[in-house]
Each structure stands twice: as structure tokens, then as C-alpha cells.
Design a protein around this ligand. Structure first.
Ligand code: 5AD
Ligand code: SF4
Length: 433
């Protein structure tokens, strides 16, 4: 195995990005090397997403392309992640060039699989929860990804994740703290906590609660920043609001998916909250932290969403004024509860609703960003901006900023005056300069 070159291609959510970072670590520890391109690799790993049909279609195109490349050499192809879990029995039938199918709870098996010739090629056991060691962001070596709770037991009626990632399980808090300390020794400054629903952390195991975990991480010397994703509105406690407000290292940003503001649709989605409750969380967050950045996910075109329901969501987007929203059109996923519901909207009607909501949110995003102009922020430096017009960083409200100071280095945390806005990106200046 020593010396073989691997290439990891990652689709989907932050959890996949973090799992790919972990995979990279285990492969490098085994003596493999990272390939600079797909075409030069001996082993390709494609870490996949199934959340919407469009994600799967893109993947299927890629798998066909890998199969082409494989005709000319000894390439080994691994399909891992949610699509691997969901389509386990079909992948090799459709793409015979694929060598191994490894599901979401079998990542730690990969080093064994590449070591020994095996008769098996599908590894999709869901029974045993895995401990995925925290890893370092491949794009910023000063950031550690820590998945604190894996899987999901919420069963929102449209969502495939509980089926592809299995029931939620929290990782032991003592181990998490020890592992973060190890990452700090390796130089990380920012801890990025991940989970499909971080608020549920510890509830399954009787461990400490999420806000207490934040307190403990905040006390670790060397950790300078803490971020986390994703929060579910059903169990967003006041203690958590207080922790976000009072803990100095916690970035003042919350990703709180709304999905819909119609109580009828929320109930059909099995979201377990109504709009009034959602709005009260937003109010409480803003009461405690007036500038807090609140981001969301919106899903339009759920079966049965009529014009009135859609307008409720549209009005809520205007009322709440999110800092940013990820907006999607409903995509039926086989095996989920809503799959059997008859779709009441045509593709064009769904597209039209999505377009409307994107248009209004884009305007709001710009307006909301303006409140930061003239303020000061600490900024965590990421890298030189792709268009080469400055250095890219993240503010203490979790927002993107470009600084015109090219001498700033990745991982530095610097104080900045925010001066203007370009598109959806703040522009600032290092105040030391
Ligand atoms: N169709 C469209 N969007 C979906 N999401 C989850 N499942 C679906 C689906 N079937 C969206 C939700 C979720 C985000 C990660 O993806 O908005 O919050
Ligand atoms: Fe899917 Fe709902 Fe779980 Fe999020 S909370 S992963 S939307 S089932």
C-alpha cells in the first residue's frame, strides 16, 4: 500500500467534508500519498450525498467518468457516504468499475479494506456506531472538525439522512475534550463542532448537554474560536442562548433551519415546532445578542404547500431577515415518509417559488450585512482570495470578509475595521496597519 496515491472527491454537507478529512488522515498514516489530480491517482474515494436527487445525478455522472478513466489503468474506486449507504446494492450493478461501497458507519474499516484482498466489496453495516477522530480541515490547518453527534433520529418526513446515517449517537465528552487538546497541540485555533442536530448532544447517553460542552471547550487553552452546525429549533434551550452569548470564544452565529413557516406544512414535515416557537427563539437570541447572525435552510414546494403556505414562508423570510439562507426545492426521496405523498406542484411552480424566495433573501442578505459597516471584528484568516483581490477571512459573526492586506497569514486572528460591502462579502482593513 505504501506510496500509492489517493484522491478524495467530496460532495454534500460539512459532515462529509469532515469525514473526508478524517479519511485523508488515516490514509496518510498508512503511508499512502495524496494525489494532486484525479487522473494520477491509484485510488479514488468519492464521498457522496443523497439529500436531493440533483446531488445524486451529478454523482452518477462522475461515477460514469471514473469508469472511463479506469479503462486505462489499475485504478481502485471507492464509493463512500450517504449515496453508498442508500444505493449499496445497485452501485456495482450500474457502475461495474466501482470496487468498494463503504457506508456511513464503516469509514474506520477503509484502512483494512485497502490492506488485504477481500471477497466482500460492500460494507454498509449500520449496527455499530463509529468513533470518528477529529481531523484538521484540509483547507485550513488551523481549524479542527469535531463531529460530536452523528446520525439523526428526527425523521423529518422529506429527509433521507436518518436512513443513510442511522440513529443519532453522541460521542463521549471526555474523549472529545482530550481530542481537541491534541488538535491544539498540532496547532489548530478554531474548533468546528458538527452534528445533524448539535442541540441533542448528550441526551441519548446522559452525558453533559451541548451548552455544557461549549463551556468546557471554551476553557481549553489554545482554542481561540468555536463554531457549530446545525441546530434544530425543536430543542434550542435558553441555557444554550446564554452560552452562545457569554462564552467569549463562541462565534456569534446560529444555523437554524426553518424549512417552512406554515404550521400546516411544518406538521406534515414532522418538524416538531410551529412558526411561533421558531420566532420566539429568534427573538430570544436577538434580545441577548442584537447583532447575532442567524442563517437558515428553506425548503419550498413540499407536497400540499399551497399559495397561502408559501406566502407564510415568504413573509417570514421578510419578517425575520436572515443573514443568509440556503434555499431548496423539494425533491422526493424514496423510503422517506413524504415520498408517497402526491406532489401538488409542477416543477415549474416549484422553481417559481424558489426563485421568488431567493430574490427576496438576496436583497435581505445585502441589507443585513450593511449593519456591520463601520464596526470592528476579530477575523480568522483563511487564505488568499481566489480572485486574488485580497485575503479571505471569517468575522466573529461567522461572515465572509475580504481584507486588502496580503501579508496576513492563514490561521492568524486579527482585528479589523469593516469598511464596505462587495456583493455578499464584507470588505475590511486590519487596524494594526
Ligand atoms: N428535498 C429538498 N431539500 C431537502 N433537504 C433535506 N431533504 C430534502 C429534500 N428531500 C434540505 C433541508 C435541509 C438541508 C440540509 O437540505 O432544507 O435542512
Ligand atoms: Fe434531515 Fe431533519 Fe435530521 Fe436535518 S433534522 S438531517 S432535515 S431528518
Amino acid at each position: 500500500m505504501q506510496g500509492l496515491k489517493f484522491y478524495i472527491e467530496t460532495y454534500g454537507c460539512q459532515m462529509n467534508i469532515s469525514d473526508s478529512a478524517y479519511l485523508k488522515d488515516i490514509l496518510i498514516n498508512k503511508g499512502l500519498r495524496e494525489s494532486d489530480s484525479l487522473e494520477n491517482a491509484d485510488i479514488i474515494f468519492v464521498n457522496t450525498c443523497s439529500v436531493r436527487r440533483s446531488a445524486e445525478e451529478r454523482l452518477e455522472g462522475r461515477l460514469a467518468y471514473y469508469s472511463q478513466i479506469k479503462k486505462n489503468n489499475n485504478l481502485k474506486i471507492f464509493v463512500i457516504g450517504c449515496y453508498a449507504q442508500k444505493e449499496k446494492d445497485n452501485i456495482k450493478k450500474r457502475f461495474p468499475a466501482v470496487d468498494f461501497v463503504v457506508g456511513t458507519r464503516n469509514i474506520t474499516k477503509i484502512s483494512k479494506i485497502i490492506n488485504a484482498p477481500l471477497n466482500e466489496y460492500i460494507f454498509t453495516d449500520m449496527e455499530t456506531p463509529e468513533y470518528i477522530e477529529p481531523s484538521i480541515d484540509p483547507f485550513n490547518k488551523y481549524r479542527g472538525f469535531v463531529s460530536i453527534i452523528r446520525g439523526c433520529s428526527n425523521f423529518c418526513s422529506y429527509c433521507i439522512v436518518p436512513y443513510t446515517r442511522g440513529p443519532e449517537y453522541s460521542l463521549n465528552s471526555k474523549k472529545i475534550i482530550d481530542d481537541i487538546k491534541k488538535l491544539v497541540d498540532k496547532g489548530i485555533k478554531e474548533v468546528f463542532l458538527l452534528g445533524q442536530n448539535v442541540n441533542s448532544y448528550g441526551l441519548d447517553t446522559g452525558d453533559i448537554k451541548f451548552y455544557q460542552l461549549l463551556e468546557k471547550i471554551n476553557n481549553i487553552d489554545g482554542v481561540k474560536r468555536i463554531r457549530f452546525l446545525t441546530s434544530h429549533p425543536k430543542d434550542f434551550s435558553n441555557e444554550l442562548i446564554e452560552a452562545i452569548a457569554s462564552l467569549d470564544k463562541v462565534v456569534k452565529q446560529v444555523h437554524l433551519p426553518l424549512q417552512s413557516a406554515s404550521d400546516k406544512v411544518l406538521s406534515m414535515m414532522n418538524r416538531k415546532y410551529n412558526y411561533k416557537h421558531y420566532f420566539s427563539i429568534v427573538e430570544n437570541l436577538r434580545k441577548r445578542l442584537p447583532m447575532i447572525s442567524i442563517t437558515t435552510d428553506i425548503l419550498v414546494g413540499f407536497p400540499g404547500e399551497d399559495e397561502k403556505d408559501f406566502l407564510e414562508t415568504y413573509d417570514a423570510v421578510k419578517e425575520i431577515e436572515f443573514d443568509k439562507a440556503f434555499m431548496f426545492m423539494y425533491s422526493p426521496r424514496e423510503g422517506t415518509a413524504s415520498y408517497n405523498l402526491e406532489e401538488t406542484l409542477s416543477i415549474d411552480e416549484k422553481k417559481e417559488r424558489l426563485k421568488k424566495i431567493i430574490e427576496i433573501q438576496n436583497k435581505i442578505t445585502v441589507e443585513k450585512l450593511k449593519r456591520f459597516i463601520g464596526t470592528f471584528s476579530s477575523v480568522f484568516i483563511e487564505n488568499i482570495n481566489k480572485k486574488n483581490n485580497g485575503v479571505f477571512g471569517i468575522t466573529d459573526y461567522g461572515l465572509n470578509i475580504i481584507l486588502k492586506d496580503f501579508n496576513l497569514q492563514q490561521g492568524q486572528i486579527t482585528n479589523v475595521k469593516i469598511e464596505s460591502l462587495s456583493g455578499h462579502t464584507l470588505i475590511g482593513k486590519d487596524i494594526k496597519l
